[in-house]
Write a protein that binds this ligand. Structure first.
Ligand code: SF4
Length: 221
């Protein structure tokens, strides 16, 4: 078994299924981790909004912004379309970079309304949408096998000694695509588990002594 699969098995065994993407249930405000399938347009839309809100911030801040949107029943493409960008910015303020994110949400809505194919090339052509956001949308909302690379993935895999610390998004994604079967559920779970691992142990100041990956890790040796 290659080391990338082995790492997955270790962290899956340690933390269990993560239930990503967190989604809001009916008559509730707080998104919950239940691993619900993106079977409706509304679910896809919520994932898309969450993927934009999570740029450069922790999920707990995204959650606060989503709660504010939910309280106002604004997690709806038509309602968000008619809401001025400055008002949207004020509501999503807890997620940080809120004016920029409001504009990105507006640009995304414009794109979705065109009815174009939601593919990587088209997503990357939208203002403010980079590879991590595009791949999060493709993987979690459209169930396409694009491995999502984020800051946790970079940090963990460079410390493990499996990637160079300056490896690009493209290089890291290629490494995962080569090592793993094209399994959407596994890609979803692996990404979520890496987020969990980064939060629990592989922090900026890592807790190597207690880490489940210490035997696999160059940094800890
Ligand atoms: S052993 Fe330390 S550096 Fe390695 S993955 Fe665990 S927390 Fe990160």
């Amino acid at each position: 078994m290659n080391r990338i699969k082995k790492i997955y098995q270790i962290i899956y065994k340690a933390y269990g299924p993560q239930g990503w993407w967190p989604l809001t249930e009916r008559y509730r405000f707080i998104p919950v981790h239940k691993g619900k399938k993106p079977s409706t347009k509304q679910i896809k839309f919520e994932i898309i909004i969450g993927a934009i809100l999570t740029q450069n911030t922790a999920w707990k801040n995204v959650e606060k912004a989503l709660i504010e949107l939910n309280k106002r029943r604004l997690l709806d493409i038509k309602k968000l379309k008619s809401l001025p960008a400055n008002k949207l910015g004020a509501i999503i303020k807890p997620s940080g970079y809120y004016n920029q994110k409001a504009k990105k949400i507006k640009a995304m809505i414009e794109f979705l309304e065109l009815g174009k194919d939601v593919n990587r090339e088209n997503l990357l052509s939208i203002w403010g949408i980079g590879p991590e956001t595009a791949d999060s949308i493709l993987l979690y909302a459209y169930e396409q096998p694009f491995f999502v690379i984020d800051a946790y993935t970079k940090r963990i895999f460079s410390r493990l000694g499996l990637a160079h610390k300056n490896a690009s998004y493209k290089e890291l994604q290629k490494m995962f695509h080569k090592a793993l079967p094209k399994d959407v559920e596994m890609f979803k779970e692996y990404h979520a588990l890496l987020v969990e691992h980064g939060k629990r142990y592989c922090r900026i100041k890592p807790l190597c002594e207690e880490c489940v990956l210490r035997r696999e890790c160059n940094y800890a040796k």
